[in-house]
Write a protein that binds this ligand. Structure first.
Ligand code: S3P
Length: 425
């Protein structure tokens, strides 16, 4: 994919549905009674993997583009799958499903692509085993494929060493099948879509600061949902709108959940103009349209509690930093090392290829603001790296070619087309 530099970016864009919420709609719909109908569903490869896994567990799911209908069979309605459950590239599918599968009366195996097989699964295996689960990995025992032999579980109070919504959600979902209540405490609060949606489906969920408690055996009832646009996908247009010299973009229908809105706070702290228009509530999630205008940016320090609220946006924040005046320091973000790629390495490598001085650190990076040259980068098959460097291409001195650009299908299949519409070429 070749991205040409542009001077002007105008128009309206509607980004696809939130990936985290789309996964959870399928999962909670499957284990609820009756029909769950979601509009605005993200038909990206990751969420399609979740649908395929639940179909293998005997759940009837009709999906057409952004509309999905799940015929839930209740908490104990899943069937033993024939064969391995393939999560593809999706960490959310593997980690959340391992929580659901740990408490079943049958055995199952979860596997995925080469990237998934490298990602740490010990972080879910440890609490699940504490709950009585029988779960084993490959390699040194802590990576996929995961074999799970469903067991009777018991509730625990788990203090998670990482702020991870995938770990928290895994333990809470297992808690639905456990004897006694289950509590998860995090060092910093991660995205809370599981808590919100589980309550809406009839679960008993109590939140107290960084601590979440669920009661077992809830009577979950299928719901009608509207999935808001994904702020992680909107982030590329926020960055493009701020960086391109003559830009004004309206991004419609974006989820602005406070556990996800770090990109808005960082954009403003760097000097960016991002306005919230028509704030509203959609299926229990805060939503707004975002109006973004070209703005001169300056470097800032980003670390601490804000990190979990923008963890997936750091590649594009790094691109913003590369165009800002002065240095930007990102720290407390060692989680980047265990995403679809090691995003500290893949981001700093690509920044350097485009003439930007960037230094990687164990838990982040330091980026020295400058001017992107043209050149060639690689997504390393990581969707967020491909999209972040497409934004770099818009403001580079010469065209930028992205290798392995098709991986945007994971979370935003029409990304390049939507971007092109705004450039008007
Ligand atoms: C997600 C949680 C985050 C995020 C991922 C989606 C989720 O991962 O990076 O893209 O849907 O729960 P961690 O829980 O590993 O931080």
């Amino acid at each position: 994919m070749k991205i040409d530099p542009v001077n002007r970016l105008r128009g309206t864009v509607t980004v696809p549905g939130d990936k985290s919420i789309s996964h959870r709609a399928v999962m909670l719909g499957a284990i609820s009674e009756g029909i769950t109908e979601a509009d605005g569903f993200l038909p990206g490869a990751d969420c399609l993997s979740t649908i395929a896994c639940f179909r293998k567990l005997g759940i009837e799911i009709a999906q057409e583009d952004t509309h999905v209908m799940i015929h839930g069979k209740g908490l104990h309605g899943l069937n033993a799958p024939s064969g391995t459950l393939d999560v593809g590239n999706s960490g959310t599918t593997m980690r959340l499903m391992s929580g659901i599968l740990a408490g079943q009366t049958f055995a199952s195996t979860l596997d995925g692509d080469a990237s998934i097989r490298k990602r740490p699964m010990g972080r879910v295996m440890t609490p699940l085993r504490e709950m009585g689960a029988e779960i084993n990995g490959a390699g040194e025992g802590l990576t996929a494929p995961l074999s799970i032999n469903g067991q009777k579980l018991h509730g625990i109070s788990y203090v998670s060493p990482v702020a991870s919504a995938q770990v928290k959600s895994c333990v809470l979902l297992a808690g639905l099948y456990a004897e006694g209540e289950t509590t998860v405490t995090e060092p910093t609060r991660s995205r809370d879509h599981t808590e919100r949606m589980l309550s809406a489906f009839g679960g008993d969920v109590r939140v107290n600061g960084n601590e979440v408690t669920v009661q077992p055996e809830p009577h979950l009832i299928g719901q009608k949902l509207l999935v808001p646009g994904d702020i992680s996908s909107a982030a590329y247009f926020i960055a493009a709108g701020l960086l391109v010299p003559d830009a004004e973009i309206l991004i419609k229908n974006v989820g602005i959940n406070p556990t996800r809105d770090g990109i808005l706070r960082v954009a403003r702290a760097m000097g960016g103009e991002v306005l919230l228009v028509s704030e509203r509530n959609v299926s229990g999630e805060p939503v707004a349209d975002l109006l973004v205008k070209s703005s001169p940016l300056h470097g800032i320090e980003i670390g601490g509690d804000i990190i979990p609220t923008l963890i997936d946006e750091i590649p594009v924040i790094a691109v913003m930093a590369a165009c800002a005046d002065g240095d930007t320091v990102i720290r407390d973000a060692s989680e980047l090392r265990v995403k679809e790629t090691d995003r500290i390495t893949t981001v700093t490598d690509n920044l350097s290829r485009l003439g930007i001085k960037a230094e990687s650190q164990p838990d982040g990076m330091v980026i020295c603001g400058g001017q992107f040259s043209g050149g060639t980068v690689d997504s390393f098959l990581d969707h967020r790296i491909a999209m972040a460097f497409a934004v770099a291409g818009l403001v580079a001195s010469d065209p930028v070619t992205i290798h392995n650009a098709d991986c945007v299908d994971i979370s935003y299949p029409s990304f390049y087309q939507d971007l092109q519409k705004l450039t008007g070429v």
